[in-house]
Design a binder for this molecule. Sequence first.
Ligand code: AMP
Ligand code: ZN
Length: 458
Amino acid sequence: MEITLHNTLTRRKEPFAPSDPSRVTMYVCGPTVYNFAHVGNARPPVVFDVLFRLLRHVYGENAVIYARNYTDIDDKIIAASIQRGVPIDEITRDVERQYDADIAALNVLVPTRRPRATENVPAMVAVIEKLIAKGAAYVVPSGVYFSVAADEDYGKLSGRSQDELKAGARVEGEDDKRHPSDFALWKASKPGEPSWSAPFGAGRPGWHIECSAMIEEELGSPIDIHAGGVDLIFPHHENEIAQSESAHGHPLARVWMHNGFLTMDKEKMSKSIGNIVTPHELLDEGWQGETIRYALLSAHYKAPLDWNDDLLDQAQKSLDRIYGAALRLKDVEPAAADAPAAFVQALADDLNTPAAIAELSVLVTNANNARKPAEQAKAKAELLAATNLLGVLQDDPERWFRASFGDQAAEIDALVAERVKARAEKNYAESDRIRDELAGRGVEVMDSATGSTWRRKG
Ligand code: AMP
Ligand code: ZN
């Protein structure tokens, strides 16, 4: 199975060939842990979770090493700590836990490694020392800066010219840097801020060096795939490349992947604009994590995706159909069958999730139409294998439908039980009446040899 991926660095879709198929490495820039993640922040962990699943499918479960970090030291975190009067590590540990819980609800697998920036400061100091020794970085009173002029390649990822880079690169407190687009590797210690000792003066790391150092520490470079949101191309990933490649003399990553923005009314969902929806509140409103995940996967990862209730409603309907098929085959023992080639091929084509979802719909139809036991066993196996790759149908079908009816589920259970009793007593008028009442609530009862189950009417 050949995987092709769009590489931001070459601006082309390319066949993917890991440098060592028994050790495929990927890194995704993780959250800055200062407040709740919004659904846009959940897009990278969800889409690259599908990539992780696909790579494991192709190269083997233990052959893929996936690292996603926590940025737990940053200007925004320090500001939040001062504003709320809460110690930094209390905020970061809390938000980290919340983040993990939120994305676990979206069926995101736990990455192989989850380094924290604050636990890797010595590795950052080591890279900075290397850069200073090579003349690629310099020390001034406000900190240590990377010298963009010393790097001929600078701008290759984002495609920006040195002239373009000069514009708008001023940051408060960095007046002593030599060139406007030089960026901080290390910020000299300020009163009341956390700081670490270093040969070039006490201080704290800049954001970009955190990822460069953690990649080196956790995976070693070059890595096979580096990914994140499209807003990270510049300056974050450009600067990661500049630092790592200047320090180590070889590429940081071979393939760079970037997901498009989640928008609301066509505007980027962002904390600073304030147009945000969080998985946390959607889960509180009774949406299932899997519905949020499915909605996020309904567009190609590179395309923008506009978030609205209609998108969630559609996702819920599609999942109800998938769960309905699974419920129908509840008592069928699945055969030994893999996900069909057409489905895997769709994902292998630069993670084309809309095409994969279309193939999945065919599998659902097959499952619904299967009558012979052998057909049903194969259809069920294919449905399970395909949905595992996409990370959906991870719930028990009966629980799924119960959960989607929220508080009404217990009443529906009671009605279904009454109907079973009426049938046992051969009171068919009553059992038909209850069936009609349930139908009025959008519920379909399915009777089988082992009892009665119910689902949302398709
Ligand atoms: P942050 O916590 O702001 O550093 O963002 C974490 C991740 O979410 C990064 O990979 C961003 O590129 C990504 N991200 C932020 N906003 C959006 C959005 N509206 N749509 C898609 N990805 C986003
Ligand atoms: Zn990063």
